[in-house]
Write a protein that binds this ligand. Structure first.
Ligand SMILES: *Cc1c(COP(=O)(O)O)cnc(C)c1O
Length: 229
């Protein structure tokens, strides 16, 4: 087996084991393959294994790969990196999902700039769940108000929340933070009562087991699949 096939299989096994350990159906957790810094050829190799959802952090790098791989059917591209106003048009024109919306101004621009021939943008709100020093993400206290404002935008479908907690080593500590995110997700889900609010994007290479146990529906994995950057 080549390296990517091997890594892919190992990752599927990790996700399946994490689901089993918490009594969840394996199909309840989606894998988002984070391909930032890796070339289009490696994305194509992972796509050949059946993966369709890919995450990119840097807008221009993502747009270049989307163009290079436009011949592959059914690819779903997720923008997961920080968003600046001057990059929203490229995101709106090329990506299917964006996970990193943390303020209304960005959401408004994405909605306005979403081309009419494309389906609405699928959106997760990034929440700063642990008050991490990077300061990206809406505060948990402001998440509901932002969600309600995003709901009013015509070219977006609000799908859920995304978190990037500060790295911690111990499983119990990882779990505690992911459980806070799950709690907020549940609160918003019942407050908003939307059929499509179904995505909790959390967990990465180092903490996906804790994220799955807490209720993640989408783990974003780079290193454990493509290798270290
Ligand atoms: C890079 C990145 C990931 C993947 O992280 P790994 O530790 O390499 O699995 C997930 N989410 C975001 C937002 C990232 O920037």
């Amino acid at each position: 087996m080549d390296r990517l096939t091997d890594a892919w299989q190992h990752l599927q096994d990790r996700i399946a084991a994490a689901c089993k350990a918490s009594g969840r159906a394996p199909a309840s957790v989606q894998l988002l393959a984070v391909s930032k810094t890796f070339p289009a050829e490696q994305v194509a190799a992972v796509a050949a294994l059946g993966q369709r959802d890919f995450g990119e952090n840097y807008v221009q790098e993502g747009v270049d790969k989307i163009a290079a791989l436009s011949h592959l059917p059914g690819m779903v591209w997720h923008c997961i990196g920080p968003l600046q106003s001057n990059k929203t048009r490229l995101v709106a024109e090329h990506f299917d999902w964006v996970h990193s919306v943390d303020r209304l101004k960005i959401a408004q621009r994405l909605s306005e700039q979403r081309p009419a021939h494309l389906p609405p943008m699928q959106v997760c709100l990034q929440v700063n769940i642990d008050g991490g020093p990077t300061k990206a993400g809406v505060t948990p206290a402001d998440a509901l108000a932002l969600a309600q404002a995003v709901l009013a935008l015509p070219r977006m479908v609000l799908r859920g929340l995304m978190t990037i907690p500060e790295p911690v080593v111990l499983f119990e500590a990882q779990l505690a933070v992911h459980q806070q995110a799950k709690h907020l997700f549940d609160e918003l889900q019942s407050a908003l009562a939307l059929p499509h609010f179904d995505t909790l994007s959390m967990g990465m290479s180092a903490d996906l087991e804790a994220a799955v146990q807490a209720g993640s529906t989408m783990v974003r994995v780079g290193t454990a699949l493509f290798g270290s950057r």
